[in-house]
Design a protein around this ligand. Structure first.
Ligand SMILES: [Zn+2]
Length: 375
């Protein structure tokens, strides 16, 4: 596989591994600049060494530490970052999901570069050109800049809570189904395909999967292949010109659940955790398609099913990283599961295994068994 640092450079991203807050290439970029650090109560302590090093490179530092442990990327959070960022030249997120999203989006609004010191390998938004935000209580996706610098310290990433490492793996395992969904759409709807992007993504997924035992044990060597896969995901999307290489029905199921949590005003489980559950359902749907008379003759689906991991294998991987493998574990009811199976495909106009099941009337046939199997 291509070296991910090299690949990153081709996409204008400095993906830099360092230790103890030492990131020489990054320091070259920001020397003498005014840097706004965005953090929360969880992540601020992890950025201590880095922030000190940044200050020692002639930078003036301003800090916005959100006074909570898990801020959400909504209007209030974004507004605070934009207001504080006006007087800065560079926005540095110390965090992962939300803080990275806020820095990317606020940086785009202010037309100032941003970067992230990744405190957990929990999602693939580091190098994507979009940012999920919550506006008016609803989830939206806005265009945003790609981070200029992604700073990674293996000791910090390996020490992230197991569930966050598991969420990252969930977001990577999802690519199996996302790529399968893409290919069946190519066969059934004539959608265009980008083999280079798909192969790059698949290779990164395979390498990440091999690193699962190390990740589960919290060993440093596990985080390299996981971060590589999370970064490659962003590049594969840029190459494809859309999110096909990284997102299929499993992401639609996750988005559906997210909106449901928002509606009920409940804390939203990690993106990768919901995506991991969606992945289990997608894998099941592919396997099951081979034995459903109604889906006989869909050769492309059978072909994909043969190349996908078994549901039990994916479950073992997620379980080994403390990730839920049943919807009840994250507080999703059987009723919501049923609704998700029928409606998640409507989230966006994209052909997936869910679209196929629903369009041929096969979903009703398998609904009960899926709910029983995964509730
Ligand atoms: Zn994702």
């Amino acid at each position: 596989m291509r070296d991910v640092t090299e690949l990153s450079r081709a996409f204008g991203v400095n993906a830099e591994w360092g230790e103890g807050g030492n990131f020489p290439r990054f320091f070259e970029h920001i020397r003498g600049k005014r840097v706004l650090v965005l953090a929360d109560l969880n992540t601020r302590p992890l950025g201590e060494e880095l922030i000190r090093s940044v200050a020692s490179h002639g930078c003036a530092i301003d800090e916005l530490v959100y006074p909570e442990f898990e801020p959400v990327a909504d209007e209030r959070t974004v507004k605070m970052a934009v207001r504080r960022g006006e007087g800065s030249d560079y926005l540095l997120a110390v965090g992962a999901g939300t803080l990275n999203d806020v820095a990317k989006f606020a940086g785009s609004v202010l037309k100032k570069p941003s970067g992230v010191f990744a405190t957990a390998p929990s999602m693939d938004g580091f190098t994507s050109g979009v940012t999920p935000l919550i506006e008016g209580g609803a989830k939206v996706t806005r265009p945003a800049q790609v981070a200029s610098d992604v700073l990674m310290d293996a000791a910090v990433l390996a020490a992230a809570p197991s569930l966050m490492r598991g969420a990252g793996v969930g977001d990577v395992l999802a690519k199996y189904c996302a790529l399968a969904d893409w290919r069946i759409s190519v066969s059934l709807t004539g959608e265009s395909y980008n083999a280079e992007a798909a192969d790059l993504m698949q290779e990164a997924v395979t390498r990440c999967e091999a690193a699962v035992p190390a990740l589960a044990a919290g060993r440093r060597e596990g985080v390299g292949p996981l971060m590589d896969a999370l970064l490659v995901s962003g590049y594969a999307m840029v190459m494809a010109g859309n999110s096909r290489p990284a997102s299929g029905a499993e992401h639609h199921m996750s988005h559906f659940l997210e909106m449901d949590f928002l509606r009920r005003d409940l804390p939203i489980p990690l993106h990768g955790v919901k995506v991991g559950l969606g992945t289990l359902v997608s894998l099941y749907l592919y396997r099951r398609a081979c034995t459903l008379p109604r889906l006989e003759g869909y050769e492309c689906v059978r072909r994909e099913a043969e190349g996908l991991p078994a549901v039990s294998h994916a479950e073992e991987i997620l379980r080994s990283l403390s990730c839920p493998v049943r919807f009840s574990e994250i507080g999703v009811s059987k009723e919501t599961m049923r609704e998700m199976l029928q409606k998640a495909r409507l989230i966006r106009d994209r052909f997936t295994i869910l679209t196929l099941y629903c369009s041929v009337g096969a979903m009703e046939e398998v609904m009960d068994e899926i709910v029983e199997r995964f509730y």
